[in-house]
Design a protein around this ligand. Structure first.
Ligand SMILES: [Zn+2]
Length: 407
């Protein structure tokens, strides 16, 4: 795999880098920057794959909090503009967008309803009712390109519990970048989420003059990264060396930045799916996720971002404090040499049901353990070295964790 562009410069201020590199979407550059600063996080995230055993599940609704961090009054975007973005997210992730007809007929059978929806949070992490929007004024230029945006103490805005909310910071990102996002498990929790420039957020207000990126699909794309989708060309410059680890998105060496092809395009020996949300095509020409991408999105929501589906952020307040039951699971040590300790943190006095799966999704063993105390377990000798999953359930809450056996 090709290494980071401009190696050695990533430790400099990202603002400088972005002014030189013109990358449009900042997700990959920030991943490289974080990987240098937090190599242990980068290592862990490489194990996240499509292989999580999917449960038969209903729709997942992800609670969203929008942090408007503005320098000018114009950047202090309206609630209407924010709500217009939520409409686009919900339409596109449910394949209810009104431009499905632009998808070339060869790709019409690869349109997926991801069964993911979004709400503006109706309660905050303390259980108080909320409109899911925070507003803070800043003195800093282009704060969206800096990690300062994630901290109130640095003139930005603090995240809401990133395990249970998708945090979206809407903040100025200068002239070369429209948005960025953190891939699962790659950044410190307070910095986990999505950052979008206010000119490219939603479809009304400040966004209405931002053609060809005026239809809210920058956020659709960046939330795709947040849920572990890569660019179709992989994680570096577009060329035929890279891949997105999704089987039904053809390899490509074009990003289609500011393009909207009217005829079929081919690179790397196959037709390009430039209507896929993970390209840089004009907003009006983006229209689909694929079934393969849906698998990866759902794997993320069953694995590293499983706690989002247990959030009460979309429920009206006054029906209990969050969380009502399962709040976490620990597996120590991990990787394990053959003996490990589970601990399920949740409602006191209610047992947790553990189900252990291999990497192929085969159920191997079930355990019933008390909550909030360590439960030592000797891995049966029939288990070969490799990757396993444990699915933990208590009171309707479910968390899944990967663990690795290395004897
Ligand atoms: Zn991107």
């Amino acid at each position: 795999m090709k290494r980071a562009i401009l190696p050695g410069l990533l430790s400099l201020l990202p603002i400088w880098l972005f002014s030189q590199a013109s990358p449009h979407c900042g997700a990959d550059l920030f991943r490289e920057m974080y990987a240098r600063e937090y190599p242990e996080l980068a290592q862990g995230s490489e194990h996240i794959s499509n292989n999580f055993p999917l449960q038969t599940r209903t729709l997942i609704t992800i609670p969203v909090v929008v942090h408007v961090v503005y320098q000018t009054e114009q950047q202090n975007i309206s609630q209407e503009q924010i709500e217009s973005q939520l409409l686009v997210l919900n339409a596109d992730y449910r394949a209810e967008n009104d431009n499905l007809n632009i998808i070339p007929s060869v790709f019409q059978n690869l349109i997926a309803d991801t069964e993911i929806e979004f709400c503006l949070a109706s309660r905050d992490p303390e259980g108080h009712s909320s409109i899911g929007i925070t507003r803070n004024q800043t003195d800093k230029d282009n704060i969206g390109l800096s990690t300062d945006v994630h901290y109130l103490a640095k003139d930005g805005a603090d995240a809401w519990d990133p395990l249970h909310y998708l945090n979206i910071w809407v903040a100025d990102m200068g002239e070369n970048v429209v948005g960025r996002a953190s891939f699962p498990g790659t950044v410190p929790l307070p910095e986990d989420g999505v950052v979008i420039d206010p000119r490219y957020f939603g479809t009304t207000g400040l966004a209405s003059g931002s053609a060809p990126y005026n239809l809210g699909r920058t956020t659709v794309h960046e939330v795709g990264h947040y849920l572990n989708l890569y660019h179709p060309w992989g994680s570096d410059f577009p060329d035929c060396d890279g891949d997105d680890e999704v089987a039904d998105t053809p390899q490509t060496s074009e990003s289609y930045l500011q393009e909207c092809p009217s005829t079929l395009q081919a690179t790397c020996g196959s037709l390009d799916m430039y209507t896929n949300y993970m390209y840089y095509t004009d907003d009006a020409c983006l229209a689909q996720f694929t079934p393969g991408q849906k698998l990866r999105l759902q794997a993320t929501l069953s694995g590293p971002r499983s706690e989002l589906s247990m959030s009460l952020g979309c429920e009206s307040s006054g029906t209990g404090n969050m969380p009502t039951s399962l709040v976490g699971v620990s597996i120590e040590p991990n990787p394990s040499p053959g003996e490990l300790v589970f601990e399920c943190r949740g409602r006191e006095g209610v047992n947790c049901q553990l189900a252990i799966f291999d990497a192929m999704g085969r159920l191997l063993q079930e355990l019933d353990i008390p909550a909030n105390q360590p439960y030592p377990w000797v891995v049966p000798t029939s288990f070969a070295d490799g990757v396993y999953w444990v699915r933990v359930e208590q009171g309707g809450g479910v968390i899944a964790r990967k663990w690795v056996l290395i004897r």
